[in-house]
Ligand binder design. Structure first.
Ligand SMILES: *[C@@H]1O[C@H](CO)[C@@H](O)[C@H](O)[C@H]1NC(C)=O
Ligand SMILES: *[C@@H]1O[C@H](CO)[C@@H](O)[C@H](O)[C@H]1NC(C)=O
Ligand SMILES: *[C@@H]1O[C@H](CO)[C@@H](O)[C@H](O)[C@H]1NC(C)=O
Ligand SMILES: *[C@@H]1O[C@H](CO)[C@@H](O)[C@H](O)[C@H]1NC(C)=O
Ligand SMILES: *[C@@H]1O[C@H](CO)[C@@H](O)[C@H](O)[C@H]1NC(C)=O
Ligand SMILES: *[C@@H]1O[C@H](CO)[C@@H](O)[C@H](O)[C@H]1NC(C)=O
Ligand SMILES: *[C@@H]1O[C@H](CO)[C@@H](O)[C@H](O)[C@H]1NC(C)=O
Ligand SMILES: *[C@@H]1O[C@H](CO)[C@@H](O)[C@H](O)[C@H]1NC(C)=O
Ligand SMILES: *[C@@H]1O[C@H](CO)[C@@H](O)[C@H](O)[C@H]1NC(C)=O
Ligand SMILES: *[C@@H]1O[C@H](CO)[C@@H](O)[C@H](O)[C@H]1NC(C)=O
Length: 604
């Protein structure tokens, strides 16, 4: 079967909405690569290096000598082969975040779930199709904390010509639309990342040996570059005294890094300054490393924004510019314009911006967090001939990530809606076949749970035999979400947050619809159907479709997906410390089809 035959069998999201008792033909599920498949090839070589992204040296990991790694580019429906050569001294895996891996669940790159880690000196080949998918995704290590040591990079797939674009809702100028279609082929990634003082093995050792949640960071990097910036204590005092902030500040004390002291203390710590526990950093010396700059002579920018950090939600803005959101997690949305974009950890937001001439700071500030910190890069447009623009651009956001004026607007992924008719979902189709209830709770200093009784994903899950190769007839803990899900079933997950801490929850193997979301109230019903019967009306009419939902303290999300992808899929908090501290579960999807799929597997 050649590629053209294969393409006829692809099941798109559009078939799912509105159709009822429908099952996928097995051929679709088994639509993996054949002998004549043409792959786009990429090689990623991982090394351990001594790096100083923000002016202070530490041990880090690099991909082909760089971080972020090279962009994996291509077109919708491409087949991709990624060869990973692990030349570093630690075991790793690579997860392709946002790629659904339909028909290739073994290529999802999660140690302990879909594969063994790739050991030092070994190579591993991932093969998958970007089936009916386009836009911005990314790859990152999915073993221990190595993503934050630098193992991540952008991926972009140009939408097929058949797909409708939303650009005409931004401009009526046909030459502008042509420009955007051209820029869409090679967007500029802008990746914000949290950089700790030490490498992640040290951070994780400090976490498990001393009960220290790896909370506060040293710098925020943009495309791998940043600075450590120290502020006067008055700056932190001013931010603390802003209306609405004080509820987040336990006792109002900050250390030299803008990191707040937490009320509960750190149970087992004997030397707070020696362990550099958050809230107790004593010294701060600024560094003056090179910052990220984008030089251009253009009228529009087309950016792919990503929060790759393992720690903090980010507020992004470009001084002096309003931003048009055109896609979230690689799905075109009805465009919205605003001054600021909020990016939960792992989220991707594609924006287009009408460029001005001058030099403009681009800011990624930590938002909704116990630390005041930002990373800054620069847009430099039409400045190569010594042109000057002496007007200072307007700054929209503060160091705490909050807007400076009530006249400015902020856009959250959760408040967007798919542009394409085929990506919309009508809640009224039929009741869910399965409803899982999750309950976010920090049950100890470094234990984080998804379940009401505090059950944790086993601490050592990454080193166990991968579940994908050992799922039949075994009994597992509550963390195994196993309810005889069949292909075609509708699956709902109700997620309440009982915590004082927000969590970005990511599901593998699916995009999901955000049916209901609230910033401060729990979802008190047992199912969506139950809620409808009790007159609950706060469902989203045209729910966003994405793969991460940020759930604020005491709030909730109700998410839905249609089972169309037999596999063993992790659902977890994308904050790395929280995942390692237990905040994860695994969905077992259509085990019968999965068995067939595993037996007929012929590729990597
Ligand atoms: C395009 O033109 C129409 C008709 O003049 C107008 O209503 C609409 O607002 C314009 N759209 C944009 C994006 O400028
Ligand atoms: C704290 O110390 C106690 C007693 O030594 C130990 O049982 C517990 O596991 C430690 N907690 C952490 C988070 O390390
Ligand atoms: C503080 O903010 C709240 C809502 O966020 C508002 O109701 C209140 O009036 C504000 N107080 C002041 C002094 O601005
Ligand atoms: C705590 O750590 C600091 C910094 O390493 C060190 O100077 C100090 O002596 C330590 N205090 C104790 C009581 O161990
Ligand atoms: C910069 O100068 C060069 C040479 O004079 C010219 O060709 C180019 O158009 C100028 N660029 C801008 C943006 O003015
Ligand atoms: C110069 O900068 C100001 C402030 O950012 C901006 O409003 C203006 O459009 C810029 N001038 C040009 C020619 O782009
Ligand atoms: C917001 O806009 C209004 C109307 O233009 C203006 O009067 C007000 O001063 C602005 N507020 C701030 C904080 O800039
Ligand atoms: C959260 O976990 C703590 C510690 O296990 C427990 O005491 C508390 O009841 C839990 N909270 C909720 C709302 O489940
Ligand atoms: C398969 O999983 C079961 C249940 O977790 C475990 O007891 C068993 O050791 C695993 N098998 C292998 C070969 O690792
Ligand atoms: C969500 O939390 C509320 C309030 O704590 C509780 O009544 C409800 O049962 C929870 N729902 C689920 C599905 O856990």
């Amino acid at each position: 079967m050649g590629l053209s035959t294969l393409s006829k069998l692809f099941v798109s999201v559009c078939l799912i909405s509105g159709s009822y008792a429908y099952t996928l033909p097995m051929d679709d599920i088994l639509a993996y690569a054949k002998e004549d498949t043409i792959f786009k090839e990429h090689t990623l070589s991982i090394t351990r290096n001594y790096v100083n992204p923000d002016g202070i040296f530490k041990s880090g990991l690099r991909i082909n000598g760089q971080s972020p790694g090279p962009c994996i580019q291509g077109d919708e429906n491409d087949w991709v082969r990624v060869t990973v050569n692990n030349n570093s001294p630690v075991a790793i895996t690579i997860h392709f975040h946002g790629i659904l891996q339909r028909g290739t669940p073994w290529a999802d790159g999660v140690s302990g779930v879909t594969q063994n880690p790739i050991f030092p000196g070994e190579s591993y080949i991932y093969e998958f199709q970007v089936k009916d998918q386009y836009g911005f995704t990314w790859y990152h290590a999915h073993h221990r904390g190595y993503s934050t040591d630098g193992v991540y990079g952008p991926m972009n797939f140009v939408p097929s010509p058949k797909r409708e674009r939303p650009y005409h809702l931004i401009t009526n100028d046909t030459s502008d639309i042509e420009t955007l279609l051209e820029l869409e082929k090679d967007p500029i990634p802008l990746i914000g990342d949290d950089s700790f003082k030490w490498d992640m093995d040290s951070i994780i050792s400090r976490m498990f040996d001393y009960g220290v949640d790896p909370l506060c960071i040293q710098s925020i990097l943009i495309n791998g570059k940043g600075r450590k910036v120290c502020h006067d204590p008055e700056v932190f005092e001013r931010l603390r005294n802003k209306n609405g902030t004080s509820q987040n500040v336990r006792n109002g004390e900050f250390d030299s890094w803008g990191c707040m002291k937490m009320e509960n203390g750190y149970t087992n710590a004997t030397n707070f300054s020696g362990l550099e526990i958050p809230g107790y950093y004593e010294t701060c010396d600024s560094t003056f490393t090179e910052q990220f700059e984008h030089h251009s002579n253009t009228d529009w920018y087309y950016f792919n924004l990503l929060n790759a950090g393992g720690q903090f939600t980010k507020a992004f803005s470009i001084d002096g510019h309003q931003l048009w959101v055109v896609a979230i997690d690689g799905i075109f949305v009805n465009p919205q314009i605003g001054h600021q974009i909020i990016l939960p950890v792992g989220s991707r937001v594609t924006i287009v911006v009408k460029a001005k001439r001058g030099i403009f700071p681009m800011r990624f500030a930590a938002a909704l967090t116990p630390q005041f910190i930002e990373g800054v890069g620069y847009l430099v447009n039409h400045m190569e001939n010594g042109t000057r623009n002496d007007t200072l651009p307007t700054i929209f956001q503060d160091l705490d990530g909050r807007l400076i004026s009530e006249n400015y607007t902020s856009i959250w992924p959760k408040n967007t809606a798919p542009f394409d008719e085929s990506a919309r979902y009508n809640l009224g189709t039929r009741p869910a076949d399965h409803t899982f209830n999750l309950h976010l709770n920090r049950t100890g200093m470094i234990t984080f749970s998804l379940f009401p009784d505090g059950e944790l994903l086993p601490h050592n899950f990454e080193h166990d035999k991968p579940l994908l190769y050992n799922f039949s007839q075994q009994s597992y803990g509550k963390w195994a979400l196993r309810d005889n899900i069949k292909t075609g079933d509708i699956v709902d997950i109700i997620i309440n947050n009982s915590n004082a801490m927000g969590h970005p929850i990511h599901l593998h193997g699916h995009l999901f619809y955000l049916l209901s979301h609230d910033n401060s109230n729990a979802f008190i019903h047992n199912s969506v159907e139950d809620a409808v019967q009790h007159g609950y009306t706060a469902f989203n009419d045209n729910p966003p479709l994405f793969d991460i939902t940020y759930i604020p303290p005491r709030g909730h999300s109700v998410i839905r997906f249609v089972a169309d992808n037999p596999g063993i899929w992790l659902i977890h908090c994308h904050n790395l410390g929280h995942l390692l501290g237990g905040m994860g579960a695994v969905i077992f999807e259509d085990e019968e089809s999965l068995n067939q799929l595993m037996k007929s597997r012929t590729i990597s």
